[in-house]
Design a protein around this ligand. Structure first.
Ligand SMILES: [Zn+2]
Length: 219
């Protein structure tokens, strides 16, 4: 699992199994955790509620040590939803602490919040790898995040000729990237194909690079 032989899908919400894909499925703590497959675990900013932090943390602690829970997430910050931003920050930081304690990398949802995430990374003593998923911002933002050793995961935006992702992707060091489907109806194979084309590599070469990144990040 998670070798260069498979397509590594770093972030999805689909439980679907395919022998040629290794994936991290995001589980939002609101149901039973399946024993098959690999998961990230965390409370998404869309689902947080006031006075629920203790419940969320105790659920997280209950499941985080399972061997098939390999990351925290998706968690993060979202400036376009109505949920109070301070409350989002409280949940985000508490779950980051869990990540550090249990040594699990973090998969991050960031909507108009890249600079806040960068600020949090720089102002805390965070050592675990962070992966911003669904990256679709400009080169300057990408450079700053990469400098802080944050990984960027790209998804279906690579299939949209007008996206920022498609401009930025070829310019980013390959050792700093992951690929994902998230909630897309496109397959991870399609995304690898487009990504390999943009990087002027073969799909096999790209699979090897992503598998190396996975080993570095999830060691
Ligand atoms: Zn997602």
């Amino acid at each position: 699992m998670f070798s260069s032989e498979e397509f590594i899908n770093i972030h999805t919400h689909s439980l679907q199994t395919n022998p040629s894909v290794s994936q991290i499925c995001s589980h939002s703590l609101n149901g039973n955790l399946p024993s098959e497959g690999f998961f990230s675990l965390g409370m998404h900013p869309w689902h947080i509620e006031e006075n629920k932090l203790e419940t969320v943390l105790s659920l997280l602690m209950q499941f985080v040590t399972r061997p098939n829970v390999i990351a925290i997430g998706e968690i993060g910050l979202d400036r376009v939803i109505e949920t109070k931003y301070e409350l989002q920050e409280t949940f985000f930081k508490a779950q980051l602490t869990v990540s550090e304690y249990f040594k699990k990398p973090v998969i991050i949802h960031s909507v108009k919040a890249h600079s806040d995430i960068l600020f949090i990374r720089k102002s805390g003593s965070y050592k675990m790898p962070w992966i911003i998923h669904g990256f679709n911002a400009n080169k300057n933002t990408a450079d700053q995040l990469i400098k802080a050793n944050i990984y960027l995961s790209f998804g279906e935006a690579l299939l949209n000729e007008k996206s920022k992702a498609i401009e930025v992707f070829p310019l980013i060091p390959t050792k700093q990237i992951f690929l994902e489907t998230d909630e897309s109806s496109h397959s991870i194979e399609e995304i690898y194909e487009k990504a390999a084309f943009l990087k002027k590599m073969t799909v096999e070469q790209l699979k090897q690079k992503i598998a190396d990144n996975f080993q570095t990040c999830f060691k």
